[in-house]
Ligand binder design. Structure first.
Ligand SMILES: Cc1cc2nc3c(=O)[nH]c(=O)nc-3n(C[C@H](O)[C@H](O)[C@H](O)COP(=O)(O)OP(=O)(O)OC[C@H]3O[C@@H](n4cnc5c(N)ncnc54)[C@H](O)[C@@H]3O)c2cc1C
Ligand SMILES: *[C@@H]1O[C@H](CO)[C@@H](O)[C@H](O)[C@H]1NC(C)=O
Ligand SMILES: *[C@@H]1O[C@H](CO)[C@@H](O)[C@H](O)[C@H]1NC(C)=O
Ligand SMILES: *[C@@H]1O[C@H](CO)[C@@H](O)[C@H](O)[C@H]1NC(C)=O
Ligand SMILES: *[C@@H]1O[C@H](CO)[C@@H](O)[C@H](O)[C@H]1NC(C)=O
Length: 578
C-alpha cells in the first residue's frame, strides 16, 4: 500500500473509531482551537509559577491551614507513564491501566486537575507519549482546594485575589471550552460537595417539590434522589456531568427539554459566593440580576455556586424508540430529510430525539423520549419516517418500548459513555427553518440536509438533539434567546489527533470555515451553544449569548469588577471588554 493510501486508511480508522464511540455516546467531546489558557492567554497578566510574585511554600502552607488541610498539589494522572515527575516512579502496569481508562470520564472527574478535553492538557503529561517524553504540570492547574464550605470558597477567592493568581472553578472537568482548567491557576474544586435533598418549595413563581443539591452533585446522583421520591429533574445526556455547574449554568439540553424547557429554566434558587467573598442567595426576587445571569449565562463567570435548588416534577411513564438504517445510494439523504421534516411533530408532543448521521450512509437514533407518552404514540409520531423508508424499500431496525418511569428509559438507553475526543462546532437551528419549504429560500430542511451532508462527506461527525425548549420560563433567565424558537441543536466536529496538536488547530479551522459556515448561512436567526461550540467561533459574544450579552456584561462588571472569574469565551473575557 502506498503512503498516501495508508494515511487515508489511518484517517478512516481513526474516524470509524471516533464514530463507534460517538454512536454509543454522542456528546462526550471537547476541543478547541485557541491555545490552552496560559498566562499569555490571560488578559490580566496574572502571577505565574516561577514569577517573583508566586506564593512561597510557607504561603501555600498557610492557605492549606486555613482551608482545613484541603489544598492538593497536582500529580498528573499519567505521571506513572513517565520517568520525569518528581516523587512518581514509572509503572508499566499502572500506565497500561491509565491508557485503557483514558476515555472514561471518572478517571478525570475524580482528579482535581485533569480536563477531559485533551487539547487543554496540551500533552503536558500524556499517557500515550513515550516514557521519556515530558511529564510536567504544564497546562494543568498546579493546586486545587477541595472545597466543602462557603468558608473554603471565600478563603480560596481571597488568596487568589491577594496574590493575583488566576482562579479556576472546577467541578467535573467535562467542559469542552477550556473553562475549568488553566496553567498557573488555583482551582476551586467543587466535586465533593454532594448533599442533596427533596424539599417543598414556595415562592412567588413556584409552589411544589424541589431538589436542593450541593455544587458537586452529578446528573446521575440528582436523578437517583429524585427518582426515589417519585420525581424527575431535568438533566442532560451524560450521567456524570455536573448538575449545578457548567451544565445548568450554561443552559442545559435534556431528554426532557421539549417538555420542561432547558435545565436553566428549572432553577429556583442559587447559593453563591461572589468575587468579594459574600455568600448570597439569588432568586427571581432576591439578587435577581445574579439569579438571571447564573441561569444560562455560562459557568465560572459571575460567582461560585455552593448549592442550587431546582423544580422537581412528578414522575411519569416514558416511551423510548431507536432507529437504524444504512443505505448506500443517495436515497439515504432523502430519508434523512424526511426524518428532519418529521421531527417538529414529535417535539410538539414533548418528545426529544437524539440521532447521528455517520460515515457509510448510516443513520442511528440511539435514544428518543416521549415523556408521559406511550410507545404506540411515539410510533405513530415517527410514522412519516417509517413510511418513507418503506416506500424507498430500505431496510431498517425500529424498536419502541414503554418504561414505567423516566429514569428507567434513561438508564436503559443512555448508559455512561466514553469521552469522544473531537475538534468541535455546533449550531442552534431555528424552528422557522422547518416551516419553510419555499425553494426560493435557502432557509429550508433541504438546505439543512445539504449542510449536514457536506460535513459527513468531508470526514466530519454530526449528532443532533431534536428538542424544542420553547416553553416560556416562569422566571426568565439568560439562556440564549435562540433556544426559545429552536427545534434542533447540531453538534459536529472532526476527530481529535492525539499525536499532533498543530493538526487539531488546522482541523478546528476546517470545522469553522467548511462545516459551520454553511450552517450559519442558512440559520441567520440561530446561535451557538456556549457549552458545545467552536472555541474560535467568530464574534462569540453574539453567537453564544445573543442579545443578552450587554446585560450579562454589566452584571459581570458589577459582581466581579476585577475579573477574578475568567474563562475563554466567558462573558467579560477580554478584560471586561468594552
Ligand atoms: C460526555 C459529555 C456529555 C454532555 N452532554 C450534555 C448534554 O446532554 N446537555 C448539555 O447541555 N451539555 C452536555 N455536555 C456539556 C456540559 O454541559 C458542559 O461540559 C458543562 O460545562 C459541564 O459542567 P461541569 O460543571 O460538569 O464541568 P466543569 O468542566 O467542571 O465546569 C464547566 C464550567 O462550569 C463552571 N463551574 C463548575 N462548577 C461551578 C460552580 N459551582 N459555580 C460556578 N461555576 C462553576 C466551570 O468554571 C466551567 O466554566 C456534555 C459534555 C460531555 C463531556
Ligand atoms: C504546549 O506545549 C508545548 C510543548 O511543551 C509548549 O511549547 C507550548 O508553549 C504549550 N502551549 C501552551 C499554550 O501552553
Ligand atoms: C495540606 O495539608 C494536609 C493535612 O496536613 C496534607 O495532607 C496535604 O498534603 C497538604 N497539602 C499540600 C499541597 O501540601
Ligand atoms: C502535524 O500537522 C500539521 C498540520 O496538519 C502538519 O503540517 C505536520 O506535518 C504534522 N506533523 C507531523 C509530525 O505529522
Ligand atoms: C442563503 O441566502 C443568503 C441571503 O439570501 C445568502 O447570503 C447566503 O449566501 C445563502 N446561503 C447559501 C448556503 O446559499
Amino acid at each position: 500500500m502506498d503512503e498516501s493510501k495508508k494515511g487515508r486508511l489511518r484517517r478512516f480508522q481513526v474516524q470509524v473509531a471516533a464514530w463507534t464511540s460517538i454512536a454509543v455516546l454522542m456528546g462526550a467531546v471537547w476541543i478547541s482551537i485557541s491555545p490552552p489558557a496560559t498566562t499569555s492567554a490571560s488578559p490580566q497578566c496574572r502571577c505565574f509559577p516561577g514569577d517573583k510574585c508566586w506564593p512561597d511554600a510557607a504561603e501555600w502552607a498557610s492557605l492549606n491551614n486555613s482551608v482545613d488541610g484541603r489544598l492538593i498539589a497536582t500529580v498528573p494522572v499519567a505521571a506513572v507513564c513517565h520517568d520525569g515527575f518528581p516523587g512518581v516512579e514509572y509503572d508499566a502496569e499502572k500506565c497500561a491501566e491509565a491508557r485503557a481508562n483514558w476515555l472514561r470520564p471518572e478517571l478525570h472527574y475524580q482528579t482535581m486537575h485533569s480536563p477531559m478535553a485533551p487539547f487543554f492538557a496540551n500533552m503536558s503529561c500524556d499517557p500515550f507519549t513515550p516514557r521519556d517524553a515530558q511529564c510536567v504540570i504544564g497546562a494543568y492547574v498546579p493546586f486545587a482546594v477541595n472545597a466543602f464550605t462557603s468558608a473554603h470558597y471565600k478563603t480560596t477567592i481571597s488568596f487568589a485575589t491577594k496574590h493575583n493568581i488566576r482562579l479556576v472553578i472546577r467541578n467535573t472537568g467535562h467542559d469542552y471550552m477550556g473553562k475549568s482548567t488553566g496553567a498557573g491557576a488555583l482551582a476551586l474544586w467543587t466535586h465533593n460537595i454532594k448533599h442533596r435533598k427533596v424539599i417543598d418549595y414556595q415562592s412567588k413563581a413556584y409552589t411544589g417539590k424541589a431538589l436542593r443539591v450541593g455544587a458537586g452533585v452529578q446528573a446521575f446522583e440528582a436523578q437517583n434522589t429524585a427518582n426515589a421520591a417519585g420525581l424527575v429533574v431535568v438533566e442532560g445526556r451524560c450521567p456524570t456531568v455536573g448538575f449545578a455547574g457548567g451544565y445548568t449554568q450554561g443552559g442545559g439540553t435534556s431528554p426532557l427539554g421539549s417538555k420542561f424547557g432547558l435545565a436553566a429554566d428549572q432553577v429556583l434558587e442559587w447559593e453563591v459566593v461572589t468575587a468579594r467573598g459574600d455568600l448570597l442567595t439569588a432568586t427571581p426576587d432576591e439578587n435577581a440580576d445574579l439569579y438571571w445571569a447564573l441561569a444560562g449565562g455560562g459557568g465560572g463567570t459571575y460567582g461560585v455556586v455552593l448549592s442550587m435548588t431546582v423544580k422537581a416534577h412528578k414522575n411519569f411513564p416514558t416511551a423510548g424508540a431507536t432507529l437504524t438504517f444504512v443505505e448506500p445510494t443517495d436515497k439515504y439523504w432523502d430519508i434523512v430529510q424526511a426524518f428532519l421534516l418529521n421531527t417538529p411533530a414529535v417535539l410538539k408532543e414533548g418528545g426529544t430525539l437524539y440521532w447521528m448521521v455517520m460515515p457509510g450512509n448510516t443513520f442511528y437514533m440511539p435514544q428518543s423520549y416521549l415523556p408521559d407518552g406511550m410507545a404506540t404514540d411515539l410510533e405513530a409520531l415517527l410514522l412519516p419516517t417509517i413510511d418513507a423508508l418503506d416506500q424507498a424499500g430500505i431496510e431498517y431496525t425500529f424498536k419502541t418500548a414503554d418504561y414505567p418511569n423516566f429514569q428507567d428509559v434513561l438508564k436503559t438507553t443512555n448508559a455512561e459513555h466514553d469521552i469522544v475526543e473531537i475538534n468541535l462546532g455546533g449550531r442552534i437551528i431555528p424552528s422557522s427553518l422547518f416551516n419553510n419549504n419555499n425553494n426560493n429560500n435557502n432557509n429550508t430542511v433541504a438546505s439543512l440536509t445539504g449542510a449536514i451532508r457536506n460535513i459527513v462527506d468531508n470526514g466530519g461527525l454530526v449528532a443532533g438533539v431534536s428538542m424544542a425548549p420553547s416553553r416560556t420560563p416562569e422566571s426568565p433567565n439568560s439562556a440564549h434567546p435562540a433556544w426559545r424558537s429552536s427545534s434542533l441543536f447540531v453538534f459536529l466536529g472532526s476527530p481529535h489527533d492525539r499525536k499532533n496538536m498543530t493538526a487539531n488547530i488546522v482541523m478546528q479551522n476546517v470545522v469553522t470555515e467548511e462545516f459551520m459556515a454553511p450552517l450559519e448561512r442558512i440559520t441567520p436567526e440561530g446561535g451557538a451553544y456556549l457549552n458545545e461550540a467552536a472555541l474560535n467561533q467568530a464574534d462569540f459574544q453574539h453567537a453564544f449569548y445573543g442579545s443578552n450579552y450587554p446585560k450579562l456584561l454589566s452584571i459581570k462588571k458589577k459582581n466581579d469588577p476585577d475579573g477574578i472569574f475568567w474563562g475563554p469565551t466567558a462573558v467579560g473575557r477580554l478584560r471586561l471588554d468594552p
